[in-house]
Design a binder for this molecule. Structure first.
Ligand code: AMP
Ligand code: GLY
Length: 415
């Protein structure tokens, strides 16, 4: 098979790494890719949002399967454009990608399918949002409706903080969701879906804030680990039965079946798992941790998802634990410093159980590797336990010579 992966981060490098191991793969392309991906795939210099150019490339390279990494091309209609060109794409249509791009839409689906989630009000103006906050009282959660790159949510401890959040978030638009504040441990849960059927891909815990002890500003994710001890087989069955499958049924009933990776952000409350939000793609860096543990061939599973045949499928993972530590450029997330040299990757990658994935890296004119983004590398390791995987991942971090970078020191420890 000839496969085109879309994106350029650590998640896409991990997808390329997993796909490259498949005996079914004949040729691998990535748009636009990165220097790490270039060792596994032919990188084509097309922006992930340039849908006409992606379709032209898929046609020219006789691509059998497109594997999108990020959400933005999906929300912009990448899967629809590939479908129109007769090319299989393992991601949702723009209509189904609204599960991520519109929080209000997700709440409608929750209502239609009785999916456990925080109680909510959808508000079409700042005044309506303020009224809903006063009605609910604190603590309360204020969200801008729409893709806001992780910046559209404020968990407010007081009513004053919530009202101030409405003023700040008004810059993102007039639509708000005001929610009951859920209490519990968070879990990222992933399922592969074919529009009708879904199979679990497992769970991971993300570390979203930039600093140790989960302090400082929110980021795309500073690290992750899998498996999560709280995700027992019984809890996984419960999540599939009460959250994932009813969502698929509601989406299909609306004529917008969901195909691709469904990422459920869950709160494990005293009343059971509740949905915080959906994403319509793998998490980054959760994907790196999950794929390191995956024992089955990913490629036929993605093909089965496109062909509506996941009911015949089962994906197996190793019992081993995986830890993914993000190395970011100093200044991330506000103003990451670019251009600093990175050395020692070969020595780090040769350590036991270690796998390195590139994100914001580039080659300078001499061919040397330099930082070119916020999140620059994901340093991953497998181990018999999370503790062993952590030790191995941090040994690899220590072997990397990059004074311009930093990482959290507590990835793999639950809070
Ligand atoms: P989101 O962008 O929807 O993932 O929200 C970002 C973070 O805000 C989540 O990971 C949670 O930590 C928190 N959050 C969102 N909604 C709620 C809620 N209803 N109750 C408590 N925390 C929430
Ligand atoms: N790591 C969180 C995300 O990818 O959305």
């Amino acid at each position: 098979m000839r496969v085109l992966v879309v994106g350029s981060g650590g998640r896409e490098h991990a997808l390329c790494w997993a796909l490259a191991a498949s005996p079914l793969l004949d040729a691998l392309f990535c748009a636009p890719g990165n220097p790490g991906i270039a060792a596994l795939a032919t990188c084509v210099p097309i922006d992930a949002l340039d849908i006409p150019a992606l379709v032209a490339c898929a046609r020219a390279e006789r691509i059998d399967l497109v594997v999108p990494g990020p959400e933005a091309p999906l929300a912009a209609g990448l899967a629809d454009a590939m479908a129109a060109a007769g090319i299989a794409c393992c991601g949702p249509s723009a209509a189904a990608a609204r599960l991520e791009s519109s929080k209000g839409f997700t709440k409608e689906i929750c209502a239609a399918a009785a999916i456990p989630t925080a109680a909510w009000d959808i508000c079409g103006s700042a005044d309506a949002a303020r009224a809903a906050i006063r009605r609910r009282g604190a603590p309360v959660v204020v969200k801008a409706d729409g893709l806001a790159a992780g910046k559209g949510v404020v968990v407010a401890a007081t009513e004053a903080e919530a009202l101030a959040a409405v003023d700040t978030l008004a810059a993102l638009g007039d639509a708000f969701v005001i929610e009951e504040c859920l209490v519990g441990a968070e879990l990222s849960f992933f399922a592969l879906c074919d529009g009708v059927h879904a199979i679990p891909l497992g769970g991971a815990q993300d570390h979203k804030r930039v600093g140790d002890g989960d302090r400082g500003p929110n980021t795309g994710g500073m690290g992750a680990f899998s498996p999560v001890p709280a995700l027992t087989p019984a809890l996984q069955d419960d999540i599939m039965a009460r959250i994932v499958r009813p969502t698929l049924a509601a989406m299909a009933a609306r004529g917008t079946p969901f195909r691709g990776i469904l990422f459920a952000g869950l709160m494990l409350t005293a009343d059971g798992p509740k949905l915080i939000e959906y994403n319509v793609r793998f998490g980054d860096p959760e994907c790196q941790a999950l794929l390191l543990r995956l024992r089955s061939d990913l490629l036929p599973a993605l093909v089965a998802a496109c062909e509506g045949e996941l009911d015949h499928f089962d994906l197996r993972s190793y019992d081993h634990a995986a830890v993914a530590v993000v190395l970011a450029a100093r200044g991330y997330p506000d103003a990451p410093q670019r251009g600093t040299p990175i050395r020692g990757l070969d020595a780090a990658a040769a350590l036991p159980g270690v796998q390195l994935f590139h994100a914001g890296t580039a080659r300078d004119p001499s061919g040397a590797l330099v930082a070119a983004g916020g999140r620059v590398l994901t340093v991953c390791a497998l181990g018999a336990t999370v503790t062993e995987a952590r030790t191995r991942a941090y040994a690899a971090v220590a072997a990397i010579d990059w004074p311009g970078g930093f990482c959290r020191r507590d990835i793999g420890i639950s809070f």
